[in-house]
Design a protein. Sequence first.
Length: 222
Amino acid sequence: MTPNVYAAPAASPDANSSSPVACPRCNAAAVPRELVQQCAGCGRSFTLSAGPAMDSSVLPPHWQLAGPNINLKWSVVVTYRYAALDPGGVTYGTLDPVVGVAPIEQRGIPFGDVLTLTVWRDTGWVEPIIGILVPIPIAAFFVYTTVLAAIKGSGGGVIILALLAIAFGLAGAFMVYRGVKIGKRFARIAGRWTTFTVPFGQNTKFHEQLFRRCGLTPPPIP
Ligand SMILES: [Zn+2]
């Protein structure tokens, strides 16, 4: 990415962006801690870590030690957003809506300019609901047909239908598990000039490397 994505904007920082030292859900004031903390306002858990721009004892490693770039891409209605850990910092932007490759807007925070990192998890409801509505009824249908085939005594058919029932059942169970247990994981990256929130999902490498490249030991994911 181009170095100018890290430039300070001409205007003041986003007026509506939340405080870098606040609960990501209710904006109640919070102090950085090493482990997971409970919000004083809404009672839900998150981690809040002070980065190099807030705590002078935190030193990001030299950019040449950073390792490979890590890229994330996710869809937002018709366009795609992306976030990337580049050698110099973390960049965030919107991709063109047609092929989802060319950045049409991007911002960046050098690792040394990170004020705070905040990580939290929300239950993802769409995936469990789709899991309950689609694969689980299909699995139930195959269980029913397996029983019918068994009653009729068609041996090979029973095995195929039973395997299909198991496959759809596992797919549905996995979708429910992934939504409820893993959920949607978010990282709010607050810099001196801009703040953005990245849904990093199951990419624990992004979480780990984001902290390490800021000079922090990764806290547990809430
Ligand atoms: Zn809160």
